[in-house]
Design a protein. Structure first.
Length: 328
């Protein structure tokens, strides 16, 4: 199987193979294109959340079960900013619409970075290299965060407005693709390119990867690895909040349980892709997004189980995931 895959692009061919199988099963080209676009957009939003967890989990060896709190806060902060800028959202101006949307995403991302700094300093730093305590203390922090969400925004579902220029769909013949999903797909691609460049083409990225492999050697050269790792944690938390902000607009209705519900999918993506791998996170997220949409259409009763079955199949084939950064 590995040899056959290598001839057609390796594990990167898996989404294409899945899409071809789905096309044969669905039969309708327009339905298949709509489902594929929805799956890719969903995958890109999940990638934003999963890449942050993969960085923290794979590069820093931190089991952060509080990651979903940043997703939830990102969603609610973005929803609040969008509500405050409702006049701009509804205006007959793409510039005002886009300004309101980017302000909401920026506010959520900035909060994620700042909250990530405090979380790492207060919650995570005392329990480095102790996985059991990491699980317990980050789960406790998650519970506290959920109660804060309830105290600030209440338990009633909150409607999230979309910018006027991203409402509706783009119609091409019999094919209909939601404008918001196209925007989510493009944003995810931009973030992936930026992250890949930062980790593989910059001095900071080189130091981070070197610090993971041999921390003592890098520190002996005069570099402060602890500061670099704080930056990684802040970036991972910011990405989670950004993903939550995008997901809020995608769902249009959010509750305080949003982060907890998404966390299972995020962990599945990280495991499928491989720890510490941005390419793996993207590949895993796209596979999960496509699988979810295809199976929900073809076999609705299997939709919830499909991603778990996908993870089991991948782990039986590749125990370390599809594109792991390290094979600890």
């Amino acid at each position: 199987m590995n040899a056959a895959l290598d001839r057609v692009g390796g594990v990167y061919a898996l989404p294409v193979i899945l899409a071809i199988i789905a096309f044969a099963a669905i039969g309708s080209a327009s339905t298949w294109v709509t489902l594929t676009a929805a799956g890719l957009a969903m995958g890109m939003m999940i990638f934003l959340m999963a890449s942050g967890l993969s960085l923290i989990f794979g590069l820093m060896d931190v089991l952060n079960f509080g990651h979903s709190a940043f997703v939830s806060f990102g969603a609610f902060i973005a929803a609040s900013v969008l509500a405050a800028l409702g006049v701009w959202l509804a205006a007959d101006s793409v510039l005002l619409n886009l300004t309101a949307l980017m302000a909401a995403i920026a506010a959520a991302t900035a909060f994620g970075a700042l909250a990530g700094w405090g979380f790492e300093r207060v919650i995570v730093k005392p329990v480095y290299k102790d996985h059991l305590r990491q699980i317990l203390i980050t789960m406790g922090a998650l519970i506290v965060a959920e109660q804060l969400l309830l105290a600030i925004w209440g338990g009633t579902p909150i409607a999230v407005a979309r910018p006027a220029f991203l409402t509706g769909s783009i119609i091409i013949g019999d094919i209909a693709i939601e404008s918001y999903r196209i925007f989510a797909l493009l944003l995810g691609l931009v973030v992936y390119i930026a992250m890949y460049f930062a980790l593989n083409r910059t001095r900071i990225g080189l130091l981070i990867r070197a610090g993971v492999e041999n921390r003592e050697m890098v520190e002996s050269l005069g570099f402060r690895i602890d500061r670099l790792f704080i930056g990684v944690f802040m970036a991972g938390s910011a990405l989670a909040a950004m993903g939550g902000a995008m997901w809020a607009g995608y769902q249009s209705l959010i509750t305080p349980a949003l982060g907890q519900e998404l966390m299972i999918i995020v962990f599945i993506v990280v495991i499928i892709g491989g720890l510490g791998s941005i390419q793996g996170s993207l590949l895993g997220a796209i596979l999960v997004g496509l699988m979810t949409n295809y199976v929900a259409f073809l076999f609705p009763k299997l939709a919830l189980a499909s991603n778990m079955l996908l993870m089991m199949a991948v782990l039986l084939w590749r125990p370390y995931g599809l594109k792991p950064a390290v094979k600890g």
